[in-house]
Write a protein of this length. Structure first.
Length: 67
């Protein structure tokens, strides 16, 4: 079976990010060698990356999607 891959999408506020850490930590513990990509707002990219939980952090500013 191929290794599992997860995408965590948490763009919002600091509280949303912090409250998601335990769930992602459980994923990391359960699936230690899995790829976990976290999609977040650019202002939270450093915070998420410094947690050491995701394999990669992608940042997107949703205001760029407004026409």
């Amino acid at each position: 079976m191929p290794e599992r891959r997860f995408l965590v999408v948490r763009l919002g506020s600091l509280g949303d990010i912090v409250h998601t850490f335990p769930a992602v930590a459980a994923l990391r513990e359960t699936f230690a060698s899995s790829e976990i990509v976290w999609l977040t707002h650019p202002r939270w990219k450093l915070l998420v990356a410094s947690s050491g939980l995701p394999s990669k952090v992608w940042a997107v500013d949703t205001r760029e999607f407004l026409l």
